[in-house]
Design a protein around this ligand. Structure first.
Ligand SMILES: [Zn+2]
Length: 305
């Protein structure tokens, strides 16, 4: 057990040091995932916070956000190649809807192989923590990191996008003066432009501003609704549906390949990106609190999965 944990720690450390700056296209950027996870971790009840602390490798220093981007970094490694379809959902072009049985599969038709299926699976794995023995921690750590990451991804609207353009990945365009694509605009460009324009590139200030919006600002009356969840499957489907609706209404709308997106697009979409990061964080904490918080509510959200 000690060896496995040490090995896993070294393994994660290696990935972290070598690939922290090598971000793929699948997911909120490093910054988006870190904010989602920081927001979530600050909302954990003591029991859940304790378990998360136990599951993180020592070098993370108790900071979940330090490892929230890990699933993006390992997805193309041979050992983890199975996980690469789990970061997104491809929906039929222009359908602007999500249907779990129609859409949650990989390109070979493998059932449940999408971000919605992954969240259900890793939540269910994590719910066994309290019944497990200590040598289960190896898997539990992975389950925690995958769940935390995928709760970010499912809230990125372009992660529930159209099949033929791969969620906007094949729509090449310019973001202000540099080359980008529509998917990446939502993963990272909007976040970085917001940080540069309003927070002197300080991600912590941006994160605090997002948190202030739901603790006592713009969204403070909505947080309870965000967290509402009686049946995890239905909730996850709702998050995916919200994303594809936003992708249609705000992501794709009016965008043509080859064009330049700038102030108009940024100003109108930035609040949506910030809200999705907040919702991802608040809802991740809701799931972790229910599953790891030791309350009797653990099983009930999983009933229908
Ligand atoms: Zn991802």
């Amino acid at each position: 057990m000690g060896f496995l944990r040490l090995w896993f720690g070294l393994f994660l450390g290696f990935v972290l040091m070598n690939e922290m700056n090598n971000i793929g296209v699948e997911g909120w950027s490093k910054e988006g995932h870190m904010m989602t996870c920081k927001i979530a971790q600050e909302l954990l009840v003591p029991n859940a916070a304790h378990v998360v602390g136990m599951l993180l490798p020592d070098y993370a220093n108790g900071d979940l956000s330090a490892l929230c981007v890990w699933p993006d970094q390992i997805q193309h490694w041979y050992r983890y190649r199975w996980s690469s379809p789990l970061h997104f959902i491809d929906t039929p072009d222009d359908a602007c809807s999500f249907d779990y049985s129609r859409d949650c599969h990989d390109t070979h038709g493998g059932k449940d192989m999408c971000v919605a299926g992954a969240i259900k699976n890793f939540t269910s794995q994590l719910s066994h923590y309290h019944h497990g023995t200590s040598d289960r921690r190896y898997n539990m750590t992975e389950a925690l990191l995958f769940l935390s990451h995928f709760m970010g991804d499912i809230h990125q609207p372009m992660h529930v996008g159209f099949t033929s353009d791969e969620g906007g990945n094949t729509i090449d365009l310019r973001w202000f003066r540099h080359k980008s694509n529509l998917h990446h605009v939502w993963d990272r460009e909007i976040i970085l432009t917001a940080a540069a324009d309003f927070y002197d590139k300080d991600m912590e200030s941006l994160q605090k501003a997002i948190q202030a919006n739901f603790t006592h600002g713009l969204w403070s009356n909505d947080v309870t609704t965000w967290k509402d969840c009686d049946d995890l499957s239905a909730c996850i489907n709702k998050y995916a549906t919200e994303s594809i609706n936003m992708a249609c209404k705000w992501g794709y709308k009016g965008v043509e390949a080859g064009e330049t997106l700038s102030d108009d697009y940024f100003n109108s979409r930035m609040p949506i990106v910030m809200k999705r990061i907040a919702q991802g964080g608040v809802r991740l904490s809701m799931i972790l609190n229910r599953v790891l918080g030791g309350a009797s509510s653990t099983e009930d959200i999983l009933v229908a999965t």
